[in-house]
Design a binder for this molecule. Structure first.
Ligand code: TNX
Length: 501
């Protein structure tokens, strides 16, 4: 028996005869800490079942074998809310589906969320494959599951072109389906500044509606951002917000003339080149700018992590680059958050615990700096561009996407081993994996999902399931139901020809 879901659980076995009938399910919470995950499960389960699934608290001493009940409980010590998920290595869960009830248990709220996603995936599969209303059953199974990597992220570029709150909400639901737990929002770049800030409203006033080609601008208000964070938390997903400095800053330079040595703001940028813009350490307004934007960002973001960017500042000298990066890092630390930055920040002095996001795919570049950073207490997030940059074209004839890191078929997004990316690193130094989707060629939600799916599903299984348990043809079979399920929700991926190979 193979469970028909993505990512494939670590351990499972058949456990019963007929399976659990889908009619008359009800959710029963065994403790208060389980209520948030239970409430989200109730909402999503009611949605797929097409009728309200009841939820109630267990009565004290209730035997726990009621027909149709789905019991949810947390049996570990209390931990802070799911916004701290990436630090929690205990993201595992036990799910037991018998012929008459189901029990889902985890040590943490994060683990419980993952168990509910698996439960829903099993329900979706049963609904898609059942023969008639009365016939639908969940497979009776006992699952013991936990992820390989604690941080399983997606970096979403809303700066090159803007994505509406509703689109981000759809991305979050798809991420939850795939057990991903970090949404990294790339909120500023040369082409736009996407988050309204109390300290500098000019940033969005002047650079909020600009974009690549000028057609798809927009920005999030504080209320929009809070809505995204809340939607993510309800699904067990942490938001890691990024303002990209000291390069990739034309939108800031355009909105705030004081950041420019000439005092003159450059024109809004609508092209797709990288590496040309920069902050100026000697400019008096620069330090205050760095303080204000990272302090504001940390204040409105409940998650533990704030990303400072740091990539591709090609027009800055090494010393000035390090000075500006160190200022940004210090503001994040002063706001009691853990900083994250692209791999180039390893050239600067890093606070202990900083997460360095490695995007290169040529092992010849930068590993020494990465190794030094790790020796000083940094952790590494792996985003090798030739496997995880999902804005790369599938093939030369793809209508969307770039190709500087090569083409990435669904199969290439799946068949790789994270330990080979930086082989000299101990696995404990690797906090996890993050896919990225950059927005240069994306003009709509349809464009976004064309590039994301099914490659994001392939990525998710690489991040969750140990390589020894993975195989391509099994994945290609299992992901087909997901593609159909997403299509029924109006989300269309690309049927990459490698799925049939
Ligand atoms: C690289 S690698 C970038 C982005 C681009 C992307 C396009 C890195 C941290 N930055 O600025 O949008 O390539 O694929």
């Amino acid at each position: 028996m193979t469970l028909p879901i993505v990512p494939l659980p670590r351990q499972y076995e058949a456990h019963g005869a007929t399976g659990l009938p889908l009619q008359h399910l009800m959710i029963v919470v065994l403790d208060e800490a389980s209520l948030p995950a239970a409430t989200t499960l109730q909402r999503r389960l009611s949605g797929v079942m097409g009728s309200d699934v009841p939820l109630r608290a267990a009565a004290p001493g209730e035997p726990g074998e009621e027909h149709g009940a789905v019991y949810l409980g947390i049996d570990g010590p209390p931990v802070p809310s799911s916004t701290t998920a990436p630090d929690v290595s205990e993201q595992g869960y036990h799910l037991e589906v018998t012929d008459s009830y189901a029990t889902l248990q985890a040590e943490t709220p994060a683990g419980l969320h993952h168990g509910t996603h698996t439960f829903l995936n099993l329900v979706n599969h049963a609904l898609a494959s059942g023969t008639g209303d009365g016939q639908r059953h969940l497979p009776a199974t006992r699952i013991v599951d936990q992820p390989r990597f604690a941080w399983r992220g997606l970096s979403l570029d809303v700066a090159r072109n803007f994505l509406e709150v509703a689109t981000v909400g759809t991305v979050l639901e798809v991420m939850a389906d795939l057990q991903l737990n970090v949404l990294h929002l790339h909120l500023s770049d040369d082409q736009g500044w996407r988050l309204q800030l109390p300290s500098h409203p000019e940033l969005t006033q002047h650079s909020g509606t600009t974009s690549v080609t000028g057609a798809h601008g927009g920005f999030y208000t504080q209320a929009d951002f809070a809505e995204i964070v809340a939607a993510a938390a309800a699904l067990g997903i942490t938001v890691v917000p990024e303002f990209d400095v000291p390069g990739h800053t034309n939108a800031a330079l355009h909105a705030l003339p004081d950041l420019n040595p000439s005092g003159q703001a450059p024109a809004a940028y609508t092209g797709i080149d990288v590496g040309f813009s920069r902050l100026h350490a000697q400019q008096p307004a620069t330090s205050a700018f760095l303080h204000d934007v990272f302090t504001d960002l940390a204040a409105i973001s409940p998650g533990n992590y704030v990303h400072i960017g740091g990539d591709e500042a090609h027009t800055l000298g090494a010393d000035e680059y390090a000075e500006l990066v160190e200022q940004a890092l210090a503001h994040v630390v002063a706001a009691a958050k853990t900083p994250v930055g692209w791999q180039e920040i390893a050239a600067a002095e890093l606070p202990r615990g900083t997460v360095v996001q490695y995007w290169n795919h040529h092992a010849t570049q930068a590993p020494d700096q990465i190794a030094t950073a790790v020796a000083h207490g940094a952790r590494v997030l792996l985003s090798p561009a030739n496997r995880t940059y999902l804005d790369m074209k599938y093939a030369s004839d793809s209508p969307l996407g770039l190709d500087w890191a090569g083409h990435i078929t669904a199969r290439q997004a799946y068949e790789w081993e994270p330990a080979d990316v930086l082989p000299e690193l101990e696995e404990e130094a690797v906090i996890g994996l993050e896919a990225a989707i950059w927005g240069e060629t994306i003009r709509s939600e349809a464009d976004l999902f064309y590039l994301l799916l099914p490659r994001l599903a392939a990525f998710a299984e690489v991040a969750w399931t140990p390589t020894a348990l993975r195989n391509w043809s099994g994945f290609a079979d299992r992901v087909e139901t997901f593609l159909q399920q997403w299509e029924s929700r109006g989300i269309s991926g690309y049927r990459c020809p490698t799925l049939a190979q």
